[in-house]
Write a protein that binds this ligand. Structure first.
Ligand code: CIZ
Ligand code: SF4
Length: 322
């Protein structure tokens, strides 16, 4: 405990000394989220993280999240230095969509507008017409569909089929998934609802269709937090990373938040409602990165040619999301 407080104080001092601001995702540990709040940084979803990092006057960004978030920050703010507590923090969606295979897939479907989720590498974004996050995915696909466009969507197949059904659009999907959301089980949610009949079910659309079907609200992290605040229910069953409970409990302390059940604990559950890569962001590696001028090698660099290409669909995302 003493060590923890010492780390927090050290990070606060170093952020000031290095003209740095902490940008954290809702899925990081409460420790990291509260530190971002206390130091004038931000805690949010990937869309708002991108916006905040771009608009903030600090010369250095410390991005606590996963690698694509650091890359997005660097692409949108090439003049800033961007560090992460560890560059090892990646994402199964990013890993499951390698640049070359994706590019070949696009080449096979030249008639389709390429829309990629923010959870992708800079190289994949550079090949895209649009980047989206889950908070604007349905609206964007509806918009493109109204223009008569056919869509190639990557990489999350669950989010892809959700937006296809919602928008009634022609969407061809890449076969990727999030290892955290993929584990939620509809039967487990229904069983838990028997014990809490008044609970509302909040589901992130990276979850399987069977779980999305029984949701009261389907939405991005910020949309689920908003629902938790605004709905009258006393209890909520939440199918997304449990890091989100920090913000939900902070904004609605009188309500009860329950983790949606996953496949099981132990051997069969790889992630148990907490992203193993988000969990790599800790106080200790943050201190190490801030103490060393070279950030212990945890600085984000993006190939400038790729960055210039990727900036186009990223800026479209920010403009569309206004
Ligand atoms: O699952 C993720 O990584 C999410 C929800 C990212 C984001 O904030 O859009
Ligand atoms: Fe990727 Fe899933 Fe982790 Fe989000 S929660 S970073 S989508 S693996």
């Amino acid at each position: 405990e003493e060590q923890r407080l010492a780390y927090r104080e050290r990070i606060k001092t170093l952020l000031r000394e290095r003209d740095a601001v902490l940008v954290a995702h809702y899925y990081t540990d409460p420790e990291i989220q509260s530190l971002a709040e206390e130091t004038g940084g931000c805690v949010s979803d990937s869309l708002e993280m991108a916006r905040f990092g771009k608009d903030h006057p600090a010369s250095t960004l410390i991005v606590a999240g996963v690698k694509f978030m650091g890359e997005t920050a660097k692409i949108l703010s090439p003049e800033k230095r961007v560090f992460m507590p560890t560059l090892e923090a990646t994402c199964s969606l990013d890993i499951g969509c390698p640049e070359q295979e994706f590019s070949d897939f696009c080449d096979q479907h030249p008639d389709r507008t390429v829309v990629v989720y923010a959870n992708t590498s800079a190289a994949v974004k550079a090949r895209a017409d649009w980047v989206v996050t889950s908070s604007i995915a349905v609206e964007l696909i509806e918009h493109l569909d109204r223009n008569g466009e056919k869509i190639l969507w990557a990489p999350d197949k669950h989010l892809g089929s959700y937006v296809r059904d919602k928008a009634g659009a022609d969407v061809l999907c890449w076969d990727g998934a999030c290892i955290v959301h993929e584990e939620f089980k509809a039967q487990g949610v229904l069983d838990l609802k028997k014990a809490y009949p008044d609970a509302a079910v909040l589901v992130h659309p990276e979850s399987p269709a069977s779980v999305v079907e029984i949701a009261d609200v389907v939405g991005s992290t910020s949309q689920l937090i908003k629902a938790a605040c605004e709905m009258d229910n006393d209890a909520f069953i939440v199918a997304t990373d449990k890091g989100i409970f920090y913000k939900m409990q902070q904004l609605a302390p009188e309500k009860t938040f329950l983790e949606a059940p996953t496949a099981g604990s132990g051997a069969t559950c790889r992630s148990c409602a907490h992203c193993p890569w988000m969990a790599m962001n800790g106080l200790q590696n943050m201190v190490a990165v801030l103490e060393d001028d070279n950030g212990m090698g945890q600085e984000i660099f993006v190939d400038p040619v790729l960055a210039e290409k990727a900036m186009v669909p990223l800026n479209r995302m920010l403009d569309f999301g206004q």
